[in-house]
Unconditional design. Structure first.
Length: 89
């Protein structure tokens, strides 16, 4: 299962309606997470390393648009506090 990290242009974010999505914030921490559905998110602030079950590490932060696939189990390691818009599909 692959985590996709993209840099989207402002018009692409507007087309998806990102600014109307809820906001989630989290302090520096480390925790296990499982996705029961696909999540798309846009990071307003923060630096994160996510490690998947197969040992792959994906790094993303402020300005990144990230898609987490349904069924993914991983560990979030938040290096700098996160503030993100998110949407579950």
């Amino acid at each position: 299962m692959k985590i996709e990290v993209e840099k989207l242009k402002e018009e692409q974010l507007e087309k998806r309606g990102v600014s109307s999505w809820p906001i989630w914030e989290k302090e520096i921490s480390r925790f296990d997470w499982h996705y029961d559905s696909t999540e798309e998110c846009y990071l307003l602030e923060g630096d994160v390393v996510v490690e998947t079950e197969d040992g792959a590490k994906v790094t993303f932060g402020s300005g990144d648009f990230v898609t987490f696939p349904k069924g993914l189990s991983c560990v979030w390691d938040i290096k700098q506090p996160v503030k993100k818009h998110y949407n579950f599909k």
